[in-house]
Design a protein around this ligand. Structure first.
Ligand SMILES: Nc1ncnc2c1ncn2[C@@H]1O[C@H](COP(=O)(O)OP(=O)(O)OP(=O)(O)O)[C@@H](O)[C@H]1O
Ligand SMILES: [Zn+2]
Length: 539
């Protein structure tokens, strides 16, 4: 078999359980470039299934270490590592645009949704996989197929994957999972989950200091008063630090006397220890804490990651990737492939073929009317942007971003309050620069991606022993647009937008010049389809 693809550039997002398996599988491949990105560092708990990492790598960047290991195993792969979150500043549309396909090996819906949106805007093929215990799935997303955001995921999720114990938790669930590991480590006689050195189990103060004090946490907690050790209050949802410490020391002392324990979510003492540890870790990292019942529920429903499931779903991702690379001109082939999802159950059923869903016409992540362009967020005011859009679209508008309503012609008061604000004063979260524009008369819907003119690719370095040369820094704004392979170019012809340099002056004019026309239609309903050409011309 020839796995030689010297013209293909791949981005893999996430270098955890699934990402490591993907890397193992592509170790015989040749790509033009294979980029990997992950913002997390290696924990001892990763080692049982993330085979590229060893004990001595603890605390180092997953992506840098993976790249270092792969460089030895597979120098021909041409791996390039980024130690950062994919949705951090600098990983702009231009960064994404250099890739032919993106492999998602992630553990959270937010990042999947983000990558999905960007790739759909740019017409980049995506494969995605996820696993939970013995269950797993892999999917391919491409233009014309259902996208990751087309149908909302169930919100009644009852099980939580015990994946990474995040060194940087970002939500309370991460802290509960961490607290469960702490419990196991301290009271179940298991070692090796959290760092074991540096405390004396018979000395609660030393254990507390080890896990809740220290520079790696934004908010280190000092032990307040020994008198608190014997008493705690459990009255309100927002206990004070003193109360939480009292609760923690009390439960610690009690549990420590009971010998070897298995965590039991119906034992109040066990749950209280998890609750106090979770709440304290939330305070450490300034994270909103769930209430007692939620923490109890999560602590009882953690599903452990299974290496073989990760391996299977990673293989399915590669299968879909190869199908894309080798057959990308045959859309039907991809759609057929899309229909096959993998589910492993306890009953030895292996592959379940699901009916291919059709794209959701109301999904604004994958519809066609997406345009993107660069302007200077520190210069352009809301009023400039809206005026230009209204002039060009000839309509009253409603404009929303991820976190707020930017403009609504039906609500003059709100508009007044922000019309003189610059874009960088309003854009607060990752996708705020992605504006969904509706005409009040409901003639059309469009997505406008704005990119700050001076965004640069910035990658954080941490001190590691790894040679910097494996990390090739690039300024994506200097990248010349890569010549894509021909067939793919044909498929994505509608999405291509020529970005032209923009003079930012107070008399800002919109925006970019379309190479091909962009059609705005409403509701994707063929009968009533109204087409309108947006002409976006720079001064
Ligand atoms: N926004 C993001 N940018 C880059 N990497 C991310 C982002 N969000 C999550 N990740 C990374 O994705 C990886 C997911 O791997 P993780 O091992 O947690 O789960 P998995 O690969 O789904 O497998 P398992 O759940 O079996 O461990 C983590 O290393 C995490 O740091
Ligand atoms: Zn969609």
């Amino acid at each position: 078999m020839n796995y030689n693809y010297p013209n293909i550039r791949i981005l893999m997002v996430g270098v955890g359980g699934i990402g490591c398996e993907v890397l193992k599988m592509v170790s015989k491949f040749t790509f033009q470039e294979f980029h990997i990105i992950d913002m997390d560092t290696i924990e001892v708990s990763n080692l049982n299934r993330q085979f590229l990492f060893r004990l001595e790598h603890r605390g180092q960047s997953k992506s840098l270490v993976a790249a270092q290991t792969m460089k030895k195993m597979a120098p021909q792969l041409n791996i390039i590592a980024h130690f950062a979150a994919i949705n951090s500043p600098g990983y702009t549309m231009d960064f994404f645009r250099q890739f032919d396909a993106v492999i998602m090996a992630l553990d959270n819906a937010e990042t999947r949704s983000y990558v999905n949106k960007v790739c759909h805007a740019l017409g980049i093929f995506i494969v995605d996989a996820g696993s939970m215990g013995f269950k797993g799935q892999a999917n391919a997303y491409y233009e014309g197929t259902v996208c990751y955001d087309c149908y909302p995921i169930a919100t009644t999720q009852k099980q939580y994957p015990a994946c990474t114990i995040r060194s940087q938790p970002s939500n309370c669930t991460h802290c509960v999972i961490w607290a469960k590991y702490l419990f196991t480590q301290l009271f179940s006689g298991e070692v090796g989950i959290l760092e074991v050195e540096g405390f004396d189990k018979t000395q609660p103060n030393s254990v507390f200091s080890k896990f809740f004090k220290g520079e790696e946490m934004p908010h280190s907690i000092d032990i307040i008063d020994h008198q608190l050790i014997q008493k705690y209050h459990f009255s309100s949802r927002k206990e004070s630090i003193e109360e939480l410490q009292g609760m923690w020391f009390y439960t610690y002392n009690q549990l420590n006397q009971l010998g070897v324990l298995q965590y039991d979510k119906d034992d109040d003492l066990h749950v209280l220890f998890i609750y106090a540890s979770t709440a304290l870790r939330c305070r450490n990292f300034n994270i909103e804490q769930y209430d007692y019942q939620q923490i109890k529920s999560i602590s009882g429903n953690i599903i452990h990651a299974i290496a073989s499931t990760n391996s299977i779903v990673a293989a399915l991702e590669i299968q879909r990737l190869l199908a894309f690379i080798q057959n990308h001109h045959k859309i039907q082939y991809l759609q057929d492939l899309k229909a096959a999802s993998y589910v492993q159950t306890g009953k030895k059923e292996r592959i379940l073929t699901l009916n291919a869903a059709i794209p959701n016409p109301l999904c604004n992540s994958c519809f066609h009317n997406q345009i993107y362009t660069k302007i200077d967020f520190s210069v352009v005011k809301i009023v400039d942007l809206v005026t230009s859009l209204k002039n060009h679209l000839n309509s009253e508008l409603n404009i929303v971003s991820l976190s707020r309503i930017i403009w609504d012609d039906e609500d003059e008061n709100d508009n007044e309050a922000i019309r003189q604000k610059k874009l960088n004063e309003l854009f607060k979260s990752d996708l705020d620069n992605r504006l969904i524009i509706k005409s009040i008369e409901e003639k059309f819907l469009a997505v406008l991606w704005l990119q700050h003119l001076t965004d640069q690719l910035q990658i954080q370095f941490i001190p590691t022993k790894i040679e910097n040369k494996i990390l090739r820094l690039k300024n994506p704004l200097q990248n010349k647009k890569k010549e894509r392979i021909r067939t793919q170019q044909e498929i994505k012809e509608l999405k291509e937008t020529e970005i032209l340099p923009i003079k930012t002056s107070d008399k800002f004019k919109i925006i970019a010049q379309q190479k091909t026309e962009i059609l705005i239609d409403e509701e994707q309903n063929e009968q009533t389809q109204q087409k309108k050409k947006i002409e976006l011309i720079i001064d």
